[in-house]
Design a binder for this molecule. Structure first.
Ligand code: SIN
Ligand code: CO
Length: 391
């Protein structure tokens, strides 16, 4: 059975203790979380990515045309030439989808469900560079990649916390400092959602933000009911058969509200539908355009594998699964398919490994459903023939 086993980056805190005492609750500084950390990407390479159309990037200047000016990429080399010597930060989103060595960093976080992981954002800052005091709605691990950054931690925040009048950035107008540390390469700081933080570059530095996904309650309600709604007929309606003669015809009485509540409770009680919606939602790709369908010729998969080529997971694909009775549901980049439980080992392999070797896969050639699954994942672009990911 496929399993994922990596050394935890939590220093001398066990993953059990971290999940019990810190995760979603309180910050944790881990000195040398990654010992002898080798920065997988240079500042120049990061800037190079920010010139690309398909890459999401921003530059924050503390003293730009206005305080805390936000500029959006893609940038040009001229844009970089016009920047001041210091006090600015470049931020590039989802670098894991473009640089395999950065994607590898995410493996160290396998003590959390992989479908909770969102992306690795990387920042490069000149001395004094900062994105200002702020809070995020998501958990984040801030790993120092190069240089030094001073991190100040502040108060717990929520939607009521006062912000500066800035159209682009949510910067706190009040920061009540509680703690302060300078992070060196390999050091990492975990920050739970809603905690104010303020990072200032001491020298030229790079910070890796390993971020997580969590649907808002608004998203759960709106998206799930929308998903369910697609399977409901116009005939299924509020019904009040057998009701007594109303005493006050204009009154909406408790019985009417209870009938509505029944409709909602029935929807909420459908655990299978809820799980299917959730799996689809959590595996929605950030950049669907990077998942191009690649229809295969019949026999192409067998040919490829027999030549010794394996398959790799498309770095833009998101995969998860769920066991439902005697079936297994595979979620692949916002879609799902229901499979027999006998395919569980194959599903686990596909979800957990980013490289699938030919020898392993050829064992599934005699299993019609398993083989069809592999062909479909290739067709959809979730899996790629080895080599096609290195362009
Ligand atoms: C940064 O890397 O400068 C910002 C990361 C964060 O505060 O979430
Ligand atoms: Co932040």
């Amino acid at each position: 059975m496929a399993s994922v086993d990596h050394v935890s980056p939590l220093g001398n805190i066990s993953v059990e203790a971290f999940l019990r005492d810190y995760w979603q609750k309180k910050p944790l500084l881990i000195r040398q979380a990654f010992t002898d950390f080798e920065n997988p990407l240079s500042a120049d390479e990061l800037a190079g990515l920010s010139l690309e159309d398909e890459v999401e990037s921003r530059i924050v200047l503390e003293h730009g045309e206005r305080p805390w000016e936000l500029r959006r990429g893609p940038f040009t080399e001229d844009d970089y030439r016009s920047l001041p010597e210091q006090d600015w930060t470049l931020l590039v989103q989802a670098v894991d989808q473009f640089v395999p060595d950065v994607a590898d960093l995410m493996k160290a976080f396998s003590f959390l469900p992989s479908w909770r992981l969102d992306d690795v954002m990387i920042s490069y800052a000149t001395p004094g560079g900062s994105v200002g005091p702020h809070y995020d709605n998501y958990d984040v691990f801030l790993l120092q990649g190069e240089g030094h950054r001073r991190w100040k931690l502040g108060q717990r925040c929520d939607a009521e916390s006062p912000l500066l009048d800035n159209p682009d950035l949510k910067i706190l107008s009040e920061f009540e400092q509680q703690e302060e540390w300078v992070l060196a390469p390999g050091d990492m700081l975990y920050i739970p959602p809603g905690l104010a933080h303020y990072g200032i570059a001491e020298d030229e530095c790079m910070t890796y933000s390993i971020g997580f996904r969590a649907p808002s309650h608004h998203e759960v309600l709106v998206h799930y009911t929308d998903f369910l709604g697609q399977h409901l007929s116009e005939q299924q309606r509020y019904s009040d058969a057998g009701q007594p003669v109303p005493v006050n015809p204009a009154e909406i009485d408790d019985a009417a509200v209870d009938r509505l509540r029944e409709i909602l409770l029935e929807a909420a009680n459908d655990k299978t539908a809820l799980a299917i919606w959730f799996g689809r939602f959590m595996t929605e790709p950030r950049y669907p355009e990077l998942l191009q369908p690649m229809p295969q010729e019949p026999g192409e998969l067998a040919q490829l594998l027999s030549q010794g080529y394996g398959l790799v997971r498309n770095p833009s694909a998101r995969l998860a699964y769920r066991v439902e009775g005697d079936q297994v549901v595979l979620f692949a980049s916002g879609e799902h398919c229901v499979l027999p439980a006998s395919l569980l080992p194959l599903v686990q392999l596909v979800c957990n490994e980013d490289y699938l070797d030919a020898e392993h896969l050829l064992q599934w050639q005699t299993d019609t459903e398993g083989w069809t699954l592999l062909e479909q994942l290739l067709d959809k672009g979730d899996l790629l023939p080895e080599g096609d990911d290195e362009e």
